[in-house]
Write a protein that binds this ligand. Structure first.
Ligand SMILES: Cc1cc2nc3c(=O)[nH]c(=O)nc-3n(C[C@H](O)[C@H](O)[C@H](O)COP(=O)(O)OP(=O)(O)OC[C@H]3O[C@@H](n4cnc5c(N)ncnc54)[C@H](O)[C@@H]3O)c2cc1C
Length: 368
């Protein structure tokens, strides 16, 4: 079998982005073929500026259909003391064009798969091939990670996130809303698909039993629950898709590289979607890996452990910080005790009032 420079295992968004980014350096890439007939992913991702810049450099961003990506200009986060404890962000206040983009997951996957079909150095194979570097992007249940003997200790949150598409009677106006309702967390994200100006993507994280009960409801009853949970803030809400749910956990690989291999994306780290950062971290892994490979000394092979440790070292702090912040927020915002309620609502109010602190938080989340 002919040797390749790189083999990418897994053809999710992170794996496809890695294959494209590395092949653009002239490296030959073998990768798992993208799944042919799979149910469309109902999720929509909040992507930060760094992720958009990577997708743009891969010529994927501008090829996405216009209704598959919607800019977020404002963000409102409410605690369980209502508007009194709301935290508000605006692109204007943060001096950026938009705070984030909400992107249709299925359209992004299709866009990456289309770009890969035209990538001259990429070949699809499900077989193991000889390659200088194995990039493992198989997601949270990675079999290759297990074969490599890497420990991936999971802390199960006992929660599931329900995703669905909605149409609201009120226009979304580029506003993303999130309610921390202890113990559940509900987000309504503006997305012009399925209806320009009125489409919303729902992410509702709840204790698993409550999620199962909500999924068992018929459409009208589910909509009524949604209206109650959002205090009708977005107007009448109608389901415009099926509902799907994901179990939620926190995990981090005990090491992300070894001689000749590297873990990226959810294969390396897994987090709660409350901050919408899992894919952003995975795409940042890809951007860093591609840069480290591009800047390697001519005498170093692609699988050189010193090179891979440079990548791992760069990713260590942002990954650890994002996992820690997300987990701490979840503990604070899902705890039913009165002290936790007091602390979270005061905290939101304080951050809202402190412009430099708010700018700092936003900068981290926006990938600026
Ligand atoms: C409800 C929800 C909402 C989210 N919202 C956001 C958000 O707003 N913003 C954000 O940044 N992140 C978000 N995330 C996180 C995001 O979904 C993940 O971080 C991202 O999908 C990880 O991509 P990946 O390619 O690493 O893994 P995956 O998407 O899991 O892809 C891995 C791929 O590898 C394949 N595979 C597995 N094993 C093998 C094997 N042995 N051989 C070959 N192929 C294999 C799998 O079939 C799959 O196609 C959200 C997550 C959830 C659950």
């Amino acid at each position: 079998m002919k040797p390749f420079a790189i083999q990418v295992h897994g053809s999710g968004i992170v794996g496809m982005a890695a294959a494209l980014a590395l092949s653009r350096q002239g490296l030959t890439v073998a990768m798992t073929p993208p799944a042919a007939a799979r149910e469309a992913d109902l999720r929509a991702y909040a992507l930060n500026a760094a992720s958009v810049a990577l997708l743009d450099s891969l010529k994927v961003w501008s090829a996405l259909p216009a209704d598959a990506r919607t800019p977020v200009y404002d963000m409102r986060i409410e605690g369980d003391a209502g508007m009194a404890s709301a935290l508000r962000f605006s692109a204007w206040q943060q001096q950026v064009r938009e705070l984030a983009w909400i992107v249709d997951a299925a359209a992004l996957e299709a866009g990456l798969a289309a770009a890969l079909r035209y990538a001259s150095h990429v070949e699809f194979t499900a077989e193991p091939v000889p390659a200088g570097l194995q990039v493992v992007a198989e997601g949270k249940a990675s079999a290759t990670r297990e074969l490599l003997g890497v420990v991936f200790e999971r802390h199960d949150y006992g929660q599931r996130a329900i995703a669905a598409r909605l149409v609201a009677s009120e226009p979304h106006q580029g506003l993303a809303r999130q309610w921390f309702r202890a113990p559940d967390i509900l987000a309504l994200l503006p997305l012009d698909r399925p209806q320009p100006g009125h489409g919303l993507a729902l992410v509702w994280s709840l204790p698993s039993e409550r999620a199962a009960a909500l999924l068992a409801l018929d459409e009208r009853a589910f909509e009524a629950e949604l209206m109650q949970a959002t205090h009708s803030a977005a107007g009448e809400l109608r389901l415009a898709s099926a509902r799907a749910a994901w179990p939620l956990a926190l995990a981090r690989a005990e090491r992300v590289c070894g001689p000749g291999w590297v873990l990226v994306g959810d294969a390396a780290h897994l987090m709660h979607p409350l901050a919408g950062q899992g894919l952003n971290l995975g795409l940042a892994d890809v951007a860093t890996l591609a840069r480290v490979m591009a800047e390697r000394e001519p005498w170093r092979s692609l699988g050189d452990i010193r090179l891979l440790e440079r990548h791992a070292c760069e990713r260590e702090t942002p990954t650890r910080a994002m996992l820690g912040v997300t987990d701490a927020l979840l503990q604070l915002f899902s705890h039913p005790s009165p002290w936790a309620k007091e602390l979270r609502n005061r905290g939101l109010g304080l951050v809202n009032a402190a412009t430099p602190l708010k700018r700092w938080f936003t900068g981290r989340a926006l990938g600026l």
